[in-house]
Design a protein around this ligand. Structure first.
Ligand code: E4P
Length: 220
C-alpha cells in the first residue's frame, strides 16, 4: 500500500520524506489556503521533494473551468495529478483530462456508485473520505471495502486512495482491505510511529548498558 501525506506544507513534507516512507502527496484548497506564497511554486517544490504523485485540486465548478485549471495545474510538473470533485461537471472534466493523458484524482467520494462512475471515466485515483463519513455516524471504512471489491471484480486500474484519515486504525484497515493508497496528515504519521513501550524499552536498554559500563569502570 502506498503512503501519501495529506498536507500542503513543504516543511512537513520534507521532514516525512527524509524518513523514506512517503510515496506521494495530496493537497486540497483548504490545505493550500493555509500556506503563504504562490501555490504554483509550492506545488513545484512539493513535486521536486517527493518525486511521486502530487494531487492538486481545481476550484472551478464548471467543466470548462475545471479543464482550463486542470491543464494549467498539470503543466506545473509531470508529477501533478489533477484533482476534481465528484460532480457531473467533474466527471465530464475527468473523462476529457484522462483522454488527454492527464492523471485525475476524483475527490469527495462518499458512495460506491460515485467511485464506480469515476472509474468508468478513467480516473487514476478515487478518494473516499472515511473520517468525514465517521463524523456523520457512518462507518467510513465500509465504503472502502465496497470500492475495493467492485474494482477487483471488474479489474479497474483506478486506485483506491483512502482519504480523510484520522487515526492508525484507518491505516491498518485500509491495508487489510487492500486499498492502493492511504493519505495521512502528519499527526497520523506521528500516531503510527509512537508507542510508549518503545520509548520505555529504549530508555531501559540504555540505562542497563550505562550501568554495566559504569560498574566495569569502577572495577578496573
Ligand atoms: C484528501 O485528498 C483530502 O485532502 C483530505 O483527506 C480531506 O480530509 P479531512 O476530512 O481531514 O479534511
Amino acid at each position: 500500500m502506498k503512503l501519501f501525506v495529506d498536507t500542503g506544507n513543504l516543511k512537513e513534507i520534507e521532514a516525512l520524506a527524509s524518513l523514506g516512507i512517503v510515496d506521494g502527496v495530496t493537497t486540497n484548497p483548504s490545505l493550500l489556503a493555509k500556506e503563504t506564497g504562490d501555490y504554483r511554486e509550492i506545488l513545484k517544490q512539493i513535486c521536486r521533494t517527493v518525486q511521486g504523485p502530487v494531487s492538486a485540486e481545481v476550484v472551478a465548478t464548471d467543466t470548462a473551468g475545471m479543464l482550463r485549471e486542470g491543464r494549467d495545474l498539470a503543466s506545473i510538473d509531470e508529477h501533478i495529478v489533477v484533482k476534481v470533485p465528484f460532480t457531473k461537471d467533474g466527471v465530464r472534466a475527468c473523462k476529457t483530462l484522462a483522454s488527454e493523458g492527464h492523471r485525475v484524482n476524483v475527490t469527495l467520494i462518499f458512495s460506491a456508485t460515485q467511485a464506480w462512475l469515476a472509474a468508468k471515466v478513467g480516473a487514476a485515483f478515487v478518494s473516499p473520505f472515511v473520517g468525514r463519513l465517521d463524523d456523520v455516524g457512518t462507518t467510513g471504512m465500509n465504503l472502502v471495502r465496497e470500492i475495493v471489491e467492485i474494482f477487483d471484480n471488474f479489474e479497474y486500474s483506478t486506485e483506491v486512495l483512502v482519504a480523510s484519515v484520522r487515526n492508525p486504525i484507518h491505516v491498518i484497515e485500509a491495508a487489510r482491505m487492500g486499498a492502493d493508497v492511504v493519505t495521512c496528515p502528519p499527526a497520523v504519521y506521528d500516531a503510527c510511529f509512537n508507542h510508549p513501550l518503545t520509548d520505555l524499552g529504549l530508555e531501559r536498554f540504555l540505562k542497563d548498558w550505562k550501568q554495566a559500563q559504569d560498574a566495569k569502570q569502577v572495577k578496573s
